[in-house]
Design a protein around this ligand. Sequence first.
Ligand code: ZN
Length: 439
Amino acid sequence: MRQIILVLFALLVQTMNAFTQTPQQLAEIWDKSHITNKFPSDVRLADLKVYLEQLKKLGVPVTEVGRSFGNREIYQADFGHGPLKVFLWSQMHGNEPTATSAVVDMLAYFQSHRDKDWVKKIDEAMTIRVVPMLNPDGAEVYVRRNMQDIDINRDAIDLITPEARLLKKLRDDWSPAIGFNLHNQGVLTTAGKSPNQATISLLIVYGDAAKTTNPGHERNMRAASAMIRALQQFIPGHIAQYSDEYTSTAFGDNFSAWGTPTILIETGGLYGKDEMYLVKLNFVAIVTALNAIATGSEANESTTPYLSLPENSSGGLIHFVFRRANVIDPLTSTPSGPFDITAEIERQRASLTAPVFIRGVTPQPTSIRGLEEYDASAFNAVQRFGRTKAGELAELLFYKKERVVDWKAADLQKQFPPDAIFSLGKWSKGEGVVPRIKY
Ligand SMILES: [Zn+2]
């Protein structure tokens, strides 16, 4: 009897293994198989078309389903033959590109590995439809809005933009059972009040302000719990819940109201990791959810991991803090302080140099935490081009306090070479001279 149980158990484990992919397996799959090769922020429609050509060659049906206000093509790609309709759309905000690459990589893998048991299961259980770049005009110039300067995600009711009209039509014509609304959030968003960046935030979107739940909403919460467990293998403490405040003109909320319960995934930042790592995390999260729904393992998930996520928070984190520096005012040439100087990197494409701006110069120790912090208490700091104040570029020259410097010198840097120079978010001279603070 005991032997039979053991054999049955072994068989069960084997079956589970064939269908259930661990997060590590999915990450390895992405490492080996991803076809996207540019940082997502550098991907314009022309680059996406290259990816879509590759998908077509693999046999993925890719069709143009509409045009943007600027007459750029909007595409749809499909996978699977099953009854459950799953609709994913990405980059309705032009400067929110991470998931676009992730869904391309997912379709490429699924299509070329249909013989694998677990992919076959997805193929048979669901039909997946993807619109990988809903706002190609915004993507072209890396801005949130469309070419009419309208936020497509506030246009679900008025339908002034062709992109919103298309998105609504695609939903209404097909009535998908699940929606995935794929975005990026600010990289300084934190998981609760912790200083941890919220690298992935999830929201199972309600369809009304009263937060009415239904079976689709419950299923999505369980799928979210599966995603959270997978992501915790890579980014523990960096997963949060997006605000569930109802927005009557947003698409996620309306998709849910129109009968397509929707999962919002917002990708934030992760210090020390590049955009491709975030693509991998998206791939792992989305495929985990689809895998769990296709196998039915989602039904065994609890909603607790989702419901106990810390909420998104902002204002507690900044890119750089230089603590307790004396600041030189070029008008009076006298050091004052100590001050905490905070600085933030502007959102920019990976291939372009992002400017860094001073956000604050405060006499009290700031409670804001920096992704990088420096102890500048032994230094005088002067802004290279003007005053050391909020709104100016964070181009900072650091001089040891004991040095005698004529701050009014015409060519200050030449006559009095700084001990360290912080420029464009890096130490261009004297790295390590201003000591790093580590928590
Ligand atoms: Zn967005």
